[in-house]
Write a protein that binds this ligand. Structure first.
Ligand code: UDX
Ligand code: UDX
Ligand code: ADP
Length: 469
């Protein structure tokens, strides 16, 4: 029979572990939830008396306020947390390998393995171990092997895969009402019992029919598949945007018409400057690597094309800016609005803004940047590739501004990279007055009111429309 879960520990207080387990604590007041991390400053931020949490997510502060100190705790005492728990979420980072076999494609499982070995070492009672980080297929199997080889007598470990599908910016909404929760387990009695124990935790707030239970490997593959298929939709619509620009069709009209087909559906068909974020590219490339390692070269090539198309889209957009500005941006001032990879987040991982600004800098433009949620220090880390490039020339060419108005002052062109709502209703007339003429706007998200801007006198370039300027 399934055990009743009373204490949960989550290893890793990052983007996934933090919000996920905070919501578990909020919704399950009878369960004690401890989130542990080796990173002291991150834990300190989660414990901040003024709730300046380490990540920005709408609604997150209220969740943490609702249960921190009651049944939600943040700590660096990893071993103690593990020893006390009956269920362990492993939510550590799985970055892409930078060297060795599979460099650039495969996930680096070092952190998972270290955490797994730690669990084996300090556990003196049986545990359900839940793989929450996204990992390649069969990682659960490796974790099981490590745990079983190192288990103390009388300790058994049941491994579950429970991938997280939340999107940043809507993490709390997604966690409160997910489309589905997916739990993978071995199909043995013990595996099914462990699965039921975790399902019972989620059943505190999620309707039973949304809790899907499948085999371990289906669960692991589903996470990669979901991300790769969403990325594929965006690449598909972006590749149509290039055709629209060449023909005079309008990609928003095309996407709307296509999405009305209930077999296709309307979501994730917004043409853009290219997708960013820590997930789409990474998991598409993980899938490419998986296919290659299974000797499925055609399959690998199919998924690789999704990422290639995204690179092409980013490049195409950067080139269009240069072409439109009479083939040179040397010494010109380009105002970049938005640096986060999407709206409502301060996250900049794989943001298209990074590639675009690098392109503008290589053409020796001056760049101003404004983003409501991204700090200057983060922008500099991204543009210097975390110190790999010398900071001085970048600091000279790039100015981070406290407002959109400030960033646009005296610019030759404005480039909208992130779809922050506040950009739609800026005082565009005043901005136009301060700019060099002709004043160009490149709308990388198709969010601006094109006709109004044209009436003011802007030359407007959107994604996926032949009707230019
Ligand atoms: C298709 C479009 O559906 C229709 O809107 C358009 O007007 C004409 O082309 P059709 O070719 O008649 O219609 O059949 P459809 O049901 O779309 O199936 C096309 C092929 O895809 C079939 O071979 C079908 O077996 C296959 N298919 C369909 C799959 O392999 N998997 C699926 O999930 C769906
Ligand atoms: C994604 C998945 O949506 C989520 O299920 C998974 O758990 C993690 O990866 P996330 O990366 O946080 O979430 O954000 P998402 O909303 O999916 O956007 C990813 C990127 O695609 C962003 O850069 C976004 O701007 C872009 N995008 C999204 C488009 O360009 N067009 C669209 O139609 C949708
Ligand atoms: P994700 O987006 O997957 O949540 P993050 O990088 O935001 O990834 O968070 C992962 C967290 O896991 C980091 O804060 C890191 O310090 C933590 N971590 C990694 N390995 C361990 C470990 N062995 N024990 C405890 N915490 C760990």
């Amino acid at each position: 029979a399934p055990i009743e879960v009373k204490k949960i520990v989550c290893i890793g207080a990052g983007y996934v572990g933090g919000p996920t387990c905070a919501v578990v604590a909020l919704k399950c007041p009878h369960i004690q939830v401890t989130i542990v991390d080796v990173n002291q400053s991150r834990i300190d931020a989660w414990n901040d008396p003024d709730f300046n949490l380490p990540i920005y997510e709408p609604g997150l502060v209220d969740v943490v306020k609702g249960c921190r100190g009651r049944n939600l705790f943040f700590s660096t005492e990893v071993d103690k947390g593990i020893a006390e728990a009956d269920l362990i979420f492993v939510s550590v980072n799985t970055p892409t390998k930078k060297s060795g076999l599979g460099a650039g494609f495969a996930a680096d499982l070092n952190y998972i393995e270290l955490a797994t070995r730690r669990i084996a070492e300090v556990s003196t009672s049986s545990k359900i171990v839940v793989e929450k980080s996204t990992v390649p297929c069969r990682t659960a199997e490796s974790m099981r092997t490590i745990l079983e080889a190192n288990a103390k007598p009388g300790c058994r470990f049941d491994i579950l895969s429970n991938p997280e599908f939340l999107a940043e910016g809507t993490a709390i909404e997604d966690l409160f009402a997910p489309d589905r929760v997916l739990i993978g387990s071995l199909q043995s009695q013990e595996g099914l019992d462990a699965c039921a124990a975790l399902a019972n935790v989620y059943a505190n707030w999620i309707p039973k029919e949304r809790i899907l239970t499948v085999g371990l490997w289906s669960s692991e593959l589903s996470k990669l598949a979901a991300n790769a298929m969403l990325a594929q939709r965006i690449s598909s619509v972006n590749m149509l945007s290039a055709i629209c620009e060449a023909t005079g069709a309008n990609v928003d009209e095309v996407a709307y018409a296509v999405g009305k087909d209930s077999r296709v559906g309307p979501k994730f068909l917004k043409a853009s400057v290219g997708f960013g974020g820590s997930c789409f590219q990474k998991y598409s490339l993980n899938l490419v690597y998986l296919a290659r390692s299974l000797n499925l070269e055609e399959v690998a090539r199919y998924w690789y094309a999704v990422v290639e198309a995204n690179d092409y889209q980013k490049n195409r957009f950067a080139k269009k800016v240069v072409d439109t500005l009479f083939n040179t941006i040397t010494g010109k001032k380009i105002a970049v609005l938005g640096f986060a990879f999407k709206a409502d987040t301060g996250d900049t991982r794989e943001s298209p803004a990074i590639d675009l600004i690098n392109h503008f800098l290589s053409e020796r433009a001056r760049v101003t940047v404004y983003d409501p949620e991204v700090q200057e220090s983060q922008i500099m880390l991204d543009l210097t590739d975390y110190g790999a490039k010398p900071a001085e020339p970048i600091q000279k060419a790039v100015t981070v501004c406290p407002s959109a108005l400030e960033a646009c002052k005296g610019a030759d062109a404005i480039v909208v990279v992130t779809e922050w709502k506040e950009f739609v209703n800026l005082d565009w007339q005043s901005i136009h007055d301060t700019m060099n003429k002709p004043a160009f706007i490149f709308d990388g998200r198709n969010i601006l009111k094109r006709q109004e801007l044209k009436n003011i006198g802007f030359k407007v370039v959107s994604i996926g429309t032949g009707d230019r300027l």
